[in-house]
Design a protein around this ligand. Structure first.
Ligand SMILES: Nc1nc2c(c(=O)[nH]1)N[C@H]1C(S)=C(S)[C@@H](COP(=O)(O)OP(=O)(O)OC[C@H]3O[C@@H](n4cnc5c(=O)[nH]c(N)nc54)[C@H](O)[C@@H]3O)O[C@H]1N2
Ligand SMILES: Nc1nc2c(c(=O)[nH]1)N[C@H]1C(S)=C(S)[C@@H](COP(=O)(O)OP(=O)(O)OC[C@H]3O[C@@H](n4cnc5c(=O)[nH]c(N)nc54)[C@H](O)[C@@H]3O)O[C@H]1N2
Ligand SMILES: [Mo]
Length: 767
């Protein structure tokens, strides 16, 4: 384990060196240089990295360092074949790291699990489809099957998947969004009547202030740094609320700018950086509103106003109840919970008040807490008070994770579908889809554990590693009769097979997808509701890989025959799938034609047009109390104050559960992922020192012991009482029942833990 403070700006030469290393590691250098030049271009593919949008400009390079890692990781020339599976039993593979599993290369033939020898052996595609169809058709109820989706699936794949599953008869659609931005969708729907962000990329060019909450764009949305860089150069204020001092939010050297690269110059991005306690953002925003409310009331006495009274009058409902709640929230609670002083909160309020146009962005630091929906409501309320929704340069911007997670939901991957969508499906396909709500990700695990659900299918992703309570989730998988994973790379989920199991190898975003000799394109929707096409460019050695739409169609055909569509015909030309999407999904009329426009087409946003699809038909203020403390007074007393709130987060060298390497460059950490960051004073108070090995136990009020062992303690710039460790290594600490109000999103950023010196006899666990 090495710790060395990172002194440079984000981006810069470090990014280029790292991009080069990952190119070499892919063993496909020449091809991948060409691939990178096609990333996010009109006739290329959508970056399989994040869901940030594309700027319209004709830049030659539209990829970032971490997008490059994603491309190289997928477009490797290494192939995982039956020989590999013959060498290793499943139990022996479990002892390997996540890095090892994925680094073996691309899955290249369908494999089936043989429990008697504990190995995967080859199976033909037809036999695999038949096995799935037989299992599904013999279930006592369609609700005994779970159909997971990870957000990389294209619109075409997602549309076919939901159609197949609904015709089969269930709404059991657990998806990665359940662990991710679910609270953004839920909270925004309650506040402004649509569960998507209201801004477009162009709005960033007109914002005077950009407030960034709980997000680490330097690592997770690096192309956002270019947008912030432009904004900072224009003189816009960037205000950051992040529990950690993240380098990527402080300074940026543009790797695509010759001046920055040659002269070593960089731009200061954040003008004010606040480090609230984990889960303290709602209190911080409440504090800002309290400051601004007082100023507004003083202004009223002079016959003036601070809030946008006209907007409030015309467009909103619930103001008085909300303001009463703000008045009644005490400063002592606000400062205690946020960990910020009244002065700090005032200075944030100053910037907010004096900016004409404000954008608020956020990600997992806001959405993975118990009170995430209420926090999203609070962010929306602040913007509504100032009419900062639906005007140029302003709005609400949840920055999505997976490159098509927003599109998958639009296509109907939704365990709680609205009736309008179901009516549209019924109209196009002439069958009545199920209306009963299905399982989200947590409910799916619970149902599999109980034995109520007997079948699991994953369209991408790494369910068993991404979900909390690792051991429990893994045993839920093993409890199934049949598990099926459609995947590009081997991962931990595949190592927890049901009684029977299949791994089905698929093409990725970068691969050429040939059907009937013609290259097909797919489509995705970014964080800004832009739908555009993506076409793979790598003519790789595909062996037996099939495209996701083809696999879904094959399974659907085997299970349902030609109902409600001729599945196999659709696959010959994906335009046919898009014609069905046009007929079914609102906003997608003439999809094939509109896709020909450079950059694709904009879906629109009702709130941005000041149409409020809420119950009151107005934008709605919500008057929640601030949440209970994450750590209770009795827990504090019981542990003699040696209790911390832990967040689990991403390093610079990973994509969710995919580990590219061990260098968390901007945090200056390398070599090890089993680490925990703590304030230096907290380490001292524990009687320990940086570098010591510790065991970490979660405090959750049930019988289960949740513990990870031999983590290295590291002193870090983090507020006292707060801690950070990597996901997925720390996932065993999150109880399945520790989830967000209204959403069931695991509270991956608020886990009460105690830390003790590592026991000598402690066994190292592999997560
Ligand atoms: N390279 C790369 N890109 C990715 C991903 C990846 O793993 N690798 N994952 C993709 C996915 S699916 C997603 S959802 C996004 C995730 O993007 P992020 O949300 O940026 O991901 P996290 O690493 O979880 O980072 C959370 C950030 O919020 C801060 N934070 C945590 N809790 C709090 C809090 O309570 N308050 C405040 N103010 N700050 C807090 C943390 O310090 C950290 O900087 O990125 C997407 N893009
Ligand atoms: N503790 C903790 N847990 C978390 C989080 C956290 O911050 N903390 N974050 C949560 C979040 S935000 C998310 S989104 C989830 C992510 O959960 P998932 O989306 O389930 O996980 P990923 O790691 O993105 O999935 C990686 C796998 O996807 C497969 N794959 C990659 N590309 C493709 C493709 O094109 N097609 C197919 N079919 N398969 C492909 C590969 O086999 C790879 O191993 O994890 C959540 N879990
Ligand atoms: Mo995510």
């Amino acid at each position: 384990m090495a710790v060395k403070k990172y002194k440079g700006a984000a981006g810069g030469w470090g990014s280029l060196v790292s991009t080069g290393k990952h190119l070499l590691h892919s063993e496909n250098v020449a091809k991948n240089v060409l691939n990178l030049l096609k990333t996010n271009q009109d006739h290329g593919f959508d970056c399989p990295g994040c869901a940030w949008g594309e700027e319209g400009k004709k830049d030659r390079f539209k990829f970032c360092e971490n997008g490059a890692k994603a491309v190289n990781w997928e477009a490797t020339s290494r192939r995982l074949t039956a020989d590999f599976f013959d060498q290793y039993s499943v139990s022996s593979l479990r002892k390997q790291t996540d890095y090892f599993l994925e680094d073996q290369g691309r899955l290249s033939e369908p494999m089936s699990y043989q429990a008697d020898i504990d190995k995967f052996v080859p199976i033909s595609w037809d036999d695999a489809y038949a096995l799935i169809a037989n299992k599904l058709n013999s279930l006592a109820s369609p609700n005994q099957a779970e159909f997971y989706t990870s957000g990389r699936a294209s619109n075409e794949a997602a549309f076919l998947y939901q159609l197949f599953v609904r015709k089969f008869g269930t709404n059991n659609f657990p998806d990665c969004s359940n662990m991710c931005h679910e609270a953004s969708g839920t909270g925004l729907k309650q506040s402004i009547g649509i569960g998507k962000g209201t801004v477009t990329l162009e709005d960033f060019e007109h914002a005077d202030a950009i407030f960034i909450f709980g997000q680490n764009p330097g690592t997770n949305h690096p192309r956002m740094l270019h947008t912030l860089n432009h904004a900072a150069h224009r003189g816009a204020n960037i205000v950051t609320f992040n529990t950690l001092k993240e380098r990527g939010l402080e300074r940026f050297a543009n790797p695509q700018s010759p001046v920055d690269m040659v002269f070593g110059s960089s731009t200061k991005l954040t003008s004010q950086y606040f480090t609230p306690n984990l889960g303290g953002d709602m209190a911080a925003v409440r504090g800002m509103v309290k400051v601004l409310l007082k100023r507004h009331e003083q202004a009223l006495e002079r016959g003036d106003h601070v809030f946008d009274v006209k907007f409030i009058e015309q467009h909103t409902s619930g103001l008085e109840a909300y303001l009463d709640k703000v008045r009644n929230t005490t400063w002592s609670l606000i400062t205690e919970q946020s960990g910020l002083s009244k002065e700090q909160i005032k200075s944030a309020a100053d910037i907010y008040q004096h900016a004409k146009n404000v954008i608020i962005t956020w990600a997992m630091g806001i959405t993975q807490h118990k009170h995430s929906v209420a926090t999203v409501n609070e962010l929306a309320s602040l913007q509504l008070l100032f009419g900062q929704v639906g005007k140029k340069g302003a709005g609400l911007c949840p920055v999505r994770g997976h490159s098509n997670v927003q599109g998958d939901r639009t296509m109907g991957i939704d365990e709680k579908p609205n009736q309008a969508l179901l009516d549209c499906i019924e109209k196009t396909f002439d069958f009545t889809p199920p209306t009963e709500h299905g399982h989200n990700a947590v409910q799916a695990v619970e149902a599999m554990l109980r034995g109520d659900s007997k079948f699991f299918m994953g369209l991408g992703g790494n369910f068993a590693a991404a979900m909390p309570d690792t051991e429990i989730t893994q045993s839920a998988m093993s409890n199934c009769d049949l598990t099926v994973n459609i995947a590009t790379k081997l991962n931990r989920t595949h190592l927890y097979p049901g009684k029977e199991a299949l791994i089905l190898p698929c093409l990725g975003r970068t691969d050429v997808d040939l059907q009937e000799g013609n290259a097909q394109k797919i489509t995705v929707e970014d964080s800004f509701s832009m739908v555009h096409s993506s076409q793979g460019v790598v003519k790789s050695d595909v062996r037996q890989m099939r495209s996701e739409p083809a696999i879904i169609a094959g399974i659907a055909h085997a299970t349902l025959g030609n109902a409600p569509v001729n599945w196999l015909e659709l696959i010959n030309d994906y335009d046919r799938i898009r014609d069905l999407i046009s007929q079914t999904i609102p906003g997608f009329s003439d999809m094939n034609e509109r896709l020909t426009a450079p950059g694709g087409f904009y879906l629109g946003n009702s709130a941005a047009e000041h149409k409020w699809n809420t119950e009151s038909q107005k934008a709605q203020f919500h008057d929640y109390d601030l949440p209970d403390a994450i750590v209770s007074a009795s827990q504090r007393a019981l542990t003699n104050n040696a209790i911390f709130v832990l967040q689990t987060l991403r390093s610079h060298d990973q994509y969710n559960t995919t580990i590219y390497g061990f260098n968390d460059r901007y945090r200056g950490l390398s070599g090890d992922r089993n680490i925990i960051l703590l304030n230096e004073k907290d380490i001292e108070a524990l009687g320990l020192k940086s570098g010591d090995k510790v065991d970490i136990e979660a405090l959750w009020g049930d019988e289960v012991t949740r513990k990870v062992f031999n983590f290295t303690l590291i002193a870090f710039d983090i507020p006292p009482g707060n801690a950070a460790a990597y996901y997925p290594e720390a996932n065993p600490l999150v109880a399945l029942a520790n989830h967000g109000d209204f959403t069931f999103t695991p509270n991956s950023k608020s886990i009460a833990i105690v830390i003790t010196p590592a026991q000598e006899q402690a066994q190292q666990r592999i997560v």
